[in-house]
Design a protein around this ligand. Structure first.
Ligand code: NAD
Ligand code: UDP
Length: 333
């Protein structure tokens, strides 16, 4: 079985590639390296002893993309490629709509043309909008998104539903990730954001390594257990394994469209993460409480029951693992 992994050198794509290779799947990676680099390929090889085939191609370039479909007989596509900085999507919506939508449309067009009708798509908990209940269940459906990044994820989910309605030979898994953090335990794969990190764990790591003096905690007056925001942090290796399970599901079903939350089902607060990081790694994280960040919700976490029942997938890693592996990667790099 040959699998095309788009965005395969990125944070979640690289971890998923390793898990697929551990299960002996043959993978082909495509990435334009706009948020990754070729060293990741060598590190995947160091972990798996196999160098995967790689195309440096931008998915918005349909002619270049078609080359992959002409040169290979593919069975499945796992589509990670896309820009993911929420704040930047607000400032540069056209860049985001162009890259993330056109890439996906080109990919779907090629899949249709070359009769590759099995897809796993990276969606996000952001598509729920603000449903009122902090425990997000797939049956809630999509809500009102609050930034271009989220709107695009929601649009792509709709596009996939329309596609399936038009031709029910497609078999599609939509995976809604909560907050992936952590890194590969080898210290060879992880997340290296460009510039000032937006997300909590990358920021904590830059404080831990002395790149930044302190963490800004965005609000401690939320109606949560300690007043700081609550999220469902999940180890990236658990997320990666969720893709292997989703792949097995679509192989087995043959057709259909299936949506799953990939989360722990546990809400951890910002303070929980800071305290755990300090305890596990013996590193102090100085912080200041600042104003709430615009657009942030107080609390949300996944109901992971559907993935557990239908994919037989459950998280295995703890918040301690997430903190230890993130710091191990940061120190190595
Ligand atoms: P990432 O930026 O590390 O990986 C994405 C990869 O896609 C990068 O290597 C980048 O170079 C590549 N890419 C971007 N545009 C491309 C294009 N036009 N052509 C070819 N390659 C392109 O991001 P990630 O954290 O691994 O996220 C993967 C997917 O999961 C994204 O779709 C993201 O929106 C989604 N997601 C991520 C999170 C998260 O917290 N990391 C949460 C929910 C959903
Ligand atoms: N957060 C914070 N300081 C930061 C970055 C994030 O206090 O420098 C908080 C943020 O307000 C939210 C939580 O950490 O409550 C998770 O934020 P992140 O950006 O990592 O994920 P998302 O907002 O997408 O869930």
């Amino acid at each position: 079985m040959k699998i095309l992994v788009t965005g395969g050198l990125g944070y979640i794509g690289s971890h998923t590639s390793v898990e697929l290779m551990h299960q002996k799947y043959e993978i082909i990676l495509v990435d334009n390296l706009c948020n990754s680099n070729e060293k990741v390929l060598e590190n995947i090889k160091k972990i798996t002893q196999v160098m995967p085939q790689f195309y440096k191609i931008d998915l918005t370039d349909k002619v270049a993309l078609e080359k992959i479909f002409k040169e290979n007989t593919l069975d499945v596509v796992i589509h990670f490629a896309g820009l993911k900085a929420v704040g930047e999507s607000v400032k540069k919506p056209i860049k985001y709509y162009t890259n993330n939508l056109i890439s996906t449309l080109n990919l779907l067009e090629m899949m249709q043309k070359y009769h590759v009708k099995k897809l796993v798509f990276s969606s996000s908990a952001t598509v729920y909008g603000n449903p009122g209940n902090p425990k997000y269940t797939e049956s809630m459906g999509r809500g009102q998104t609050v930034n271009p990044y989220g709107s695009i994820k929601s649009m792509i989910e709709q596009i996939l539903e329309d596609l399936y309605a038009s031709d029910n030979r497609w078999c599609i898994a939509i995976l809604r990730y909560f907050n992936p953090i952590g890194a590969h335990e080898s210290g060879l794969l992880g997340e290296t954001p460009n510039g000032i990190p937006n997300n909590l764990m990358p920021y904590i790591m830059q404080v831990a390594s002395g790149k930044r003096k302190f963490l800004n905690i965005f609000g401690n007056d939320y109606p949560t257990k300690d007043g700081t925001g609550v999220r469902d942090f999940i180890h990236v290796v658990d997320v990666a394994k969720g893709h292997v399970k989703a792949l097995e599901k679509i192989k087995k079903e043959g057709h259909g469209i299936y949506t799953y939350n990939l989360g722990n089902g546990i809400g951890y607060s910002v303070m929980d993460l800071v305290n755990t990081f300090e305890r596990v790694n013996g590193v102090k994280i100085p912080y200041k409480i600042t104003a709430r960040r615009e657009g942030d919700l107080a609390e949300y976490f996944a109901d992971p029951t559907k993935a557990k029942e239908e994919l037989h997938w459950e998280t295995e890693k703890t918040i301690e693992d997430m903190c230890r592996d993130s710091w191990n990667y940061e120190k190595n790099n």
